[in-house]
Design a protein around this ligand. Structure first.
Ligand code: DX5
Ligand code: ZN
Length: 222
């Protein structure tokens, strides 16, 4: 596989009592991005992190922060999260009336990458007129809201369809897969065309965190 695979540990499953140390450990294991799951209790049935925590994580690492907004009306908050340190920013296409406008707005910040997230039941046709403007598509392989869920097998064909949409039009867009990823299925999602792998419980639930990151990278190197 000639595409560079990025590993993005999700701090949702980290020990928040020593978050800076947990972030250091994934960096030591060779993580490429730090995935930050923002949930508002409306778009998803859970409440997690706000911009203050993003700022704190930013101070603790030089790795880019990949902020995944699982919130209603993301247009109200994107500026605040970019100011807090997000350099990759995704929102769910169902959460806003003006996805195209919001992507443009995110990309007005130099160096900031914009992504659109699709829930498991959300059709890929939502991407049709916006794909070329994106830096990445986030394919959810669990229903968003919680870490530690089981990978939904149908996500594999969805990744394949999105990869075909991208490549057949010659676009330069990454596919991030999020939910239930471990060293047991990293190879399968990469084969279908994913090139950013988010993993929460498989990394932070491991007894050796750096080793868990290395294990996922090894499994993804096919
Ligand atoms: C789910 C989040 C994921 C989650 C992944 O709503 O978007 O990023 O943290 O956790 P695991 O890898 O445990 O499924
Ligand atoms: Zn996520």
């Amino acid at each position: 596989m000639d595409r560079e695979i990025l590993i993005a540990p999700s701090i949702l499953s980290a020990d928040f009592g020593c978050l800076a140390d947990q972030v250091k450990q994934v960096a030591e294991g060779g993580a490429d991005l730090i995935h930050v799951d923002v949930m508002d209790g409306h778009f998803v049935p859970n409440i997690t992190i706000g911009p203050l925590v993003v700022e704190a994580v930013k101070r603790s690492t030089t790795l880019p922060l990949d902020v995944h907004l699982m919130i209603d009306n993301p247009e109200k908050y994107v500026d605040r999260f970019i100011e807090a340190g997000a350099s990759w920013l995704s929102f769910h296409v169902e959460a806003t009336n003006h996805a195209h406008r919001l992507v443009q707005r995110i990309k007005e910040y130099p160096g900031t990458k914009a992504g659109i997230a699709l829930n498991p039941a959300t059709p890929v046709t939502h991407l049709q007129y916006i794909l070329e403007n994106l830096d990445f598509v986030l394919v959810m392989s669990v229903n968003p809201g919680f870490g530690g869920q089981k990978f939904i097998p149908g996500s594999l064909s969805k990744i394949e369809v999105v990869r075909h949409m991208i490549d057949s039009q010659g676009f330069d867009v990454r596919i991030e897969v999020d939910g239930g990823i471990s060293d047991k299925n990293a190879d399968k999602v990469v084969l279908k065309g994913a090139d950013i792998l988010v993993a929460g419980s498989a990394v932070f639930g491991a007894s050796n965190i750096p080793q868990a990151v290395r294990g996922i990278r090894k499994a993804a190197s096919i």
